[in-house]
Unconditional design. Structure first.
Lengths: 120, 105
């Protein structure tokens, strides 16, 4: 059974930093791309960042809204994916989901999500 | 970015057939996927690459389309299907539709 467990969320002030973690199990982690998708309260879904597998040289993608502020990384030896979030803004407030990205793009599996609140 | 426009909220009765549309601002080939999100839960993949049923998903759900016009169908609708449905394209920089909220009549 695929499991994705996010952690590291919380309340942070504007311009602060936070690092999200996602522990993955139940599938061949090394072979899949991993993504972070967020959902602001009462709103829709937005892809934040994506990292490909080693086969694709760990290529990364960032939404324009987070470029130069967020960094996605992965540790294949631990089946972990991370999202370092710096210079946080109030508009980054959202539930952040860790997802497994399948071949050609669908998000096959989703974690339960971790809440990030940016407020003074 | 490719904009995905979904049909607005729909009201249905159990046993009916419902179709949700998703129109892309440019062609996305068949790289369109559909998710179901129930209140307080994470999204769940139902259809991938326009028309393929994800593992364990009932055959009541189906998808079709290519290029810019896509449809997602539930036939017949069950009470448990009340949720918000999102389309998502992965042809280029991934984007989601705004969601279609399915409600009971």
């Amino acid at each position: 059974e695929v499991q994705l467990v996010e952690s590291g969320g919380g309340l942070v002030q504007p311009k602060g930093s936070l690092k999200l973690s996602c522990a993955a199990s139940g599938f061949d982690f090394n072979s899949y791309g991993m993504s972070w998708v967020r959902q602001a309260p009462g709103k829709g879904l937005d892809l934040v960042a994506d990292i490909s597998s080693k086969s694709y040289n760990y290529a990364t993608y960032y939404a324009d809204s987070v470029k130069d502020r967020f960094t996605i990384s992965r540790d294949d030896s631990q089946s972990m994916v991370y999202l370092q979030m710096d210079n946080l803004k109030t508009e980054d407030t959202a539930l952040y989901y860790c997802t497994v990205r399948g071949t050609m793009g669908p998000f096959d599996y989703w974690g339960q999500g971790v809440m990030v609140t940016v407020s003074s | 970015d490719t904009v995905l426009t979904q049909s607005p909220a729909l009201a249905v009765s159990p046993g009916e057939r419902v179709t949700i549309s998703c129109r892309a601002s440019e062609s996305v080939s068949t790289l369109m996927h559909w998710y179901q999100q129930k209140p307080g839960q994470q999204p769940k993949l139902l259809i991938y690459k326009a028309s393929n049923l994800a593992s364990g998903v009932p055959a009541r759900f189906s998808g079709s389309g290519s290029g810019t016009d896509f449809t997602f169908t539930i036939d017949p609708v069950e009470a448990d299907d009340i949720a918000t449905y999102y389309c998502h394209q992965s042809w280029n920089s991934p984007t989601f539709g705004a969601g279609t909220k399915l409600e009971l009549k």
